[in-house]
Every structure is written in structure tokens, then in C-alpha cells.
Design a protein around this ligand. Structure first.
Ligand code: C2E
Ligand code: CA
Ligand code: CA
Length: 585
């Protein structure tokens, strides 16, 4: 295939016309052609690699014919009008599908773009031989021009934002492609400006009205346009989102420009209410012309813009680390879904809780472990806070509840009696059927309610909703103990926590681990234990790592301890072994 033919096909494909549905604007022209020449068949056809495809046709049912049989394709190749008075007399077409279907006469005019590529032809066909005058051919050529106007119009329409008349995302893609063909060696940056963040858009529209927001978008577009050199383009991407390209010598230069731009955008607002809600941010990404496509670069620049929102200056240069961080978080959410469904990735480990009085194991905390197929073990401190904020919080806790109860039941049957602690996220308390499901699971395994304890963090318990309050009451009614986890980190007073139906306080590891070095921590822990006891709580110390700490806590009357000093969290088989040896001692 010749280079020109390659380019021609590329230009054709870019128009996205092939294999589209019929459209009135083209059909009107074919109907007119058929009537003007008083011929039964007329068509607008496009020359694809191997076929002639009809965008519009009257008088025939065919939607395409082989390119080798098509007179239209000859028009495309020669880029000039063509009349064949009698197809039967033409060596090239006498055996074509056209003649087979009874056609004898052909006249066609080329459809040529402004760039000089012929896409196809508009043609009229008849069942009898005839001739065509130069004036008639000129009419056909006029019709061809009308078709091209229509195509150009559609192209422009699809690439302009109707609100601001600025080029849109599709145009950005086309321009970027053309730029990368020209291989500019200079440093090109993409600036992504967002005048109002997506979260505030709704309220801004409600307070100021949609017309205000539209006017804001228009003036932002104008302002950005005025900052650009002649020929520079501002692309309108979202309701109040724009992008433009900037050539600069260094990152510092671009950042300086972006800061000035943001300041100018900020000054666009009118009205006090708007000033509160309109917070422009500008993200900057450096463009690697060969490597990036338009979707990638816009995503990168948008990511920088989201980072910019979190900074005081409202401007940020794309950081691959930050982005990798977001991507990892996102991938984690995607992968956790499959981890929940496929066996082998998730498992629980159990960390013993021992009584200081009897030195016996009175309980175990179930702790979730995730072995990611690619990344290996991921700490729950990394993935749980991310999962917790999504819809996946429910299936996560469901999975933990089921597995832990199943394990507890199996130990119970073996005579290992102890209380299993299950961690519940704050958002789980918003599930109206949480306790119901928990109780059902326990009933199924014939597990007594005293064998399960639920751990909720102090912060989850501080600000709870009516639904959460119902679930807490249901736990109390069912006789399931509630422990306040990570106690001391949420700055809430015990007096306040008294209103929550909990029976156990677990003092956070951060206090316990400072006991050895800090007198202040010793005083704090002492006060916490005595206050908790006064209020009727049982006290557990978390993160006990050595004997001195254990002895100190014991001397204060702390009821239970948990920590590496006793044991690390263990897989079920090892936990059983540990129980067997520890009770022998
Ligand atoms: P947490 O509930 O405070 O769990 C105790 C954490 O302290 C566990 O970390 C445990 O391995 C660790 N730990 C225990 N003893 C010691 C010690 O002596 N020294 C030190 N340095 N650490 C000790 P892990 O397993 O990494 O879990 C971290 C957090 O992830 C948990 O903190 C909990 O908030 C969350 N988590 C774990 N499993 C689940 C779960 O099934 N559901 C929910 N919602 N959260 C969970
Ligand atoms: Ca816990
Ligand atoms: Ca804890």
C-alpha cells in the first residue's frame, strides 16, 4: 500500500463515519441527486481498504460492494469525476456486481477533504446506457461539495464544546497525535485547570444557579485563552475543567505560570457565596510525546490537579510516587474484591489474650491477613483503612465474621473454650442487619454468645448514628460483649464512653509501649486502668512486649494482656499447638 493510501485511510478512519447508521443529512443529498438526474440509484460511498461502503443510498439494498468492483473506488484513486456511459462496454466493470444487478450507467464525483484526501464518491447509476454533459457533471460536483460540508460540519461539531465553543477532549486527542507526528523536541507541559472541584459543583449550582456556573466556565475559558500565545488552544474538558499545553524551559517556570493562572482564576468569582465554593486548582504534567496518548496525559494531569487540591497553593506538579500511591490504592480495591471470592488469599491469625490473674488464655483476637497474588503479604494497617471507606467494608467483615466463628466453633468442639474477638469497622455499625447476621452465624455453629466479643475502635464509638446505636443495643441485648479498641487515641473522656454499652477497654499499644521509657505514660496507664475499673470496665493492655511491662500492668490490676510478650498472632494450627504447650506449663 502506498504511503498516500495509508494516510488517506487514516484520514478516513479518523472521521468515524464507516459503519455508522444512516443520517438524514446525507440521505437528503442522495435523494436530491437521484431526482435531479432522473436516475433510479444514487449513493454516497466511502472507499475502505477492501470495500466500498455506502453511507447513504437510494434505489439499492446493498450496504457495500468489493472495492475492485466499485467505480467509486476509481474516483477515489484518481480524485476526479468519472462518467461511464455503458458499463457493459467497459473491460474493467463488465463483470462487476454492478452489471450483474442490471446497472449500465455510472457517474461519480470525488469527496475530497480540505487536506486533499479523497474519501469516496457521490454517484448516480442507471439501468440504461446514457451520457452526461459537463454541466451535469458540475452539478454532481456541487453535490459532492455539499456532502463534504456536511462531513466537516459534523467533525467540527464533535470537537467543540457547545457551551464555550472551545475544542474538547476529542480535539485534544487529534492535536496531540499531530504534535507527536511532528516530533517537537521542546519541553511540553499539560496544565489541567479545574475552577470548581467536582464535590462543590452541586452546591454551587444550587446556590448560584446553573447560569452562573455556565458563565463562570465561559469566562474561565476566555481568561485561559488570553494567557496563551497566538494559536494556543484551551480545551474544555468538563463542566469547569480545562487543559492547555505550555512550552517551558523548566519545571519551576511552569509552576510559576500555573500559580499566576490560579490566582487569576480565583479572581473570576463574583459574589460572596461563590468565593467560598470556587477554589481553582491547577495540575501540571510533563508530556512525553512518543510515550503518551491523550487519555494517559489527561489522566496524569488530572491526577496532579487532585493533588493540587490538597495543597495550600492549589498547584501541583505530577508526582509519579503520589500517583503510584493512588494507583496502588485503586488496584487494591479492585483486587480485594477477587480476594474475597477466591480461596487462598485471605486468612485469619489469632493472637492470644491472657489473664494476669490466672495466666490462662482467656481469648484470642482474630486478625486478617491478605496474601496478594502479586505483592505478597499486605499489612492490614495498609489495606483495611482503604477498604473500610468503600462498599467492600461489609463483605470484608462478613468474611472475617464467618471464618472466625467457624474457627471458634471448631475449637469449642475440641474443648478449647475461650472468647474470640472480632474487629468491626465503624461503617459496619451502619448495617441494620449486622447483629442479626452475627447471631445467625453463631446459631448455625451452635456457638454460645459468650464465646464472641466485638472490638470497635474508640473513634467509631464517639460519633455514632441512630442505626449504630440500634446495633450496639442489639449486641447488648444478645449478651455479646463489646470492647473499646485502641482506647486513648481518640481523645474522648471515659465519662462520655460510659454511655456506650461496652464492657471492655483495650488500652492502645502506643501507651503500653512507652511505659518502660516514660514516667508520664506509666501515670497515664495507671489512671486509665483505675478509672476504667471504677466505671465497671474490664481492662486489656495491647502490645505488651516484655516482662517488665507485663509485671507493671499486673501490679496495677490490669485484667488481661495481649502482645508479642505472650505470643504473636498465629495461624490456627500453631495457635492450637501454643495452647497445648502453654496449658502444660
Ligand atoms: P488492632 O485491632 O489494634 O490489632 C492489634 C495489632 O497490634 C495487630 O496488628 C497485632 O499484630 C499488633 N500487635 C499485637 N501485639 C503486638 C506487640 O506486642 N507489638 C506490636 N508492635 N504490635 C503488636 P495487625 O494484625 O497488623 O493489625 C493491624 C490493625 O488492622 C488492627 O489493629 C485492626 O485495626 C486492623 N485489623 C486487623 N484485622 C482486622 C479485621 O479482621 N477487621 C477489621 N475491621 N480490622 C482489622
Ligand atoms: Ca482490635
Ligand atoms: Ca487495638
Amino acid at each position: 500500500m502506498s504511503v498516500h493510501e495509508q494516510d488517506r485511510l487514516y484520514a478516513l478512519k479518523k472521521l468515524n463515519l464507516l459503519d455508522t447508521v444512516p443520517s438524514d443529512s446525507f440521505d437528503r443529498i442522495t435523494r436530491m441527486a437521484s431526482q435531479l438526474f432522473n436516475l433510479p440509484i444514487a449513493a454516497i460511498s466511502l472507499t475502505d481498504e477492501k470495500r466500498q461502503w455506502f453511507k447513504s443510498r437510494v434505489g439499492t439494498d446493498r450496504s457495500e460492494i468489493p472495492r475492485s468492483d466499485a467505480c467509486d473506488s476509481e474516483v477515489t484513486e484518481t480524485a476526479t469525476g468519472l462518467t461511464i456511459p455503458d458499463l457493459l462496454a467497459s473491460p474493467r466493470y463488465k463483470n462487476s456486481v454492478l452489471v450483474e444487478s442490471g446497472i449500465r450507467f455510472y457517474a461519480g464525483a470525488p469527496l475530497t477533504t480540505r487536506e486533499g484526501y479523497t474519501l469516496g464518491a457521490i454517484c448516480v447509476l442507471g439501468n440504461e446506457p446514457r451520457s452526461m454533459t459537463a454541466a451535469e457533471l458540475a452539478v454532481l460536483q456541487d453535490l459532492a461539495a455539499m456532502v463534504m460540508d456536511q462531513i466537516e460540519l459534523q467533525r467540527a461539531y464533535g470537537r467543540l464544546d457547545p457551551l464555550t465553543d472551545l475544542p474538547n477532549r476529542s480535539q485534544f486527542a487529534v492535536d496531540l497525535q499531530e504534535m507527536s507526528r511532528d516530533h517537537q523536541p521542546t519541553s511540553v507541559y499539560v496544565l489541567f485547570s479545574e475552577v470548581v472541584d467536582v464535590a462543590s459543583m452541586g452546591s454551587l449550582q444550587r446556590v448560584m444557579g446553573p447560569a452562573y456556573v455556565e458563565e463562570l466556565a465561559r469566562s474561565a475559558g476566555r481568561l485561559l485563552g488570553n494567557t496563551l500565545p497566538e494559536g494556543g488552544r484551551v480545551y474544555h474538558l468538563g463542566p469547569c475543567q480545562f487543559a492547555h499545553l505550555l512550552i517551558a524551559d523548566s519545571d519551576e517556570d511552569v509552576v510559576r505560570e500555573a500559580l499566576a493562572l490560579r490566582e487569576a482564576l480565583r479572581r473570576l468569582t463574583t459574589g460572596e457565596a461563590a468565593a467560598v465554593m470556587v477554589r481553582p486548582a491547577v495540575g501540571i504534567a510533563r508530556l512525553k510525546l512518543e510515550e503518551q496518548n491523550s487519555i494517559d496525559i489527561l489522566r496524569t494531569a488530572h491526577s496532579a490537579c487532585l493533588d493540587a487540591r490538597l495543597t495550600e497553593k492549589g498547584v501541583a506538579l505530577y508526582s509519579s510516587e503520589l500517583d503510584a500511591d493512588h494507583q496502588r490504592r485503586f488496584q487494591m480495591l479492585v483486587d480485594f474484591r477477587s480476594a474475597l471470592e477466591q480461596p487462598g488469599q485471605l486468612h485469619l491469625e489469632y493472637q492470644p489474650r491472657i489473664s494476669t490473674r490466672s495466666s490462662e488464655t482467656v481469648g484470642a483476637e482474630a486478625l486478617l491477613r491478605w496474601t496478594h497474588p502479586e505483592w505478597g503479604n499486605i499489612s492490614p494497617t495498609e489495606f483495611i483503612p482503604i477498604i473500610e471507606q468503600t462498599q467492600l467494608a461489609r463483605p470484608l467483615t462478613e468474611w472475617v465474621m464467618r471464618s472466625a466463628i467457624k474457627q471458634a466453633a471448631s475449637w469449642h468442639a475440641k474443648g478449647l473454650t475461650m472468647c474470640m474477638s472480632i474487629n468491626i469497622s465503624a461503617s459496619n455499625l451502619e448495617e441494620t442487619d449486622l447483629v442479626e447476621r452475627l447471631l445467625e452465624e453463631m446459631r448455625m455453629h451452635a456457638l454460645p454468645v459468650t464465646s464472641i466479643e466485638v472490638e470497635l475502635t474508640e473513634s467509631a464509638l464517639v460519633d455514632y448514628s441512630p442505626i449504630a446505636s440500634n446495633q450496639l443495643d442489639a449486641l447488648l441485648k444478645a449478651g455479646i460483649r463489646v470492647a473499646i479498641d485502641d482506647f486513648g487515641t481518640g481523645y474522648s473522656s471515659l465519662a462520655y464512653l460510659q454511655e456506650i454499652p461496652a464492657q471492655v477497654v483495650k488500652i492502645d499499644r502506643s501507651f503500653i509501649q512507652r511505659i518502660e521509657q516514660e514516667k508520664r505514660s506509666r501515670t497515664l496507664v495507671k489512671a486509665m486502668i483505675s478509672m476504667a475499673h471504677d466505671l465497671g470496665y474490664s481492662v486489656v493492655a495491647e502490645g505488651v512486649e516484655d516482662h517488665q511491662t507485663y509485671a507493671f500492668l499486673d501490679s496495677l490490676g490490669c485484667d488481661e494482656v495481649q502482645g508479642y510478650f505472650v505470643s504473636r498472632p498465629l495461624p490456627p494450627e500453631q495457635f492450637e499447638q501454643w495452647m497445648a504447650t502453654s496449658t502444660q506449663e
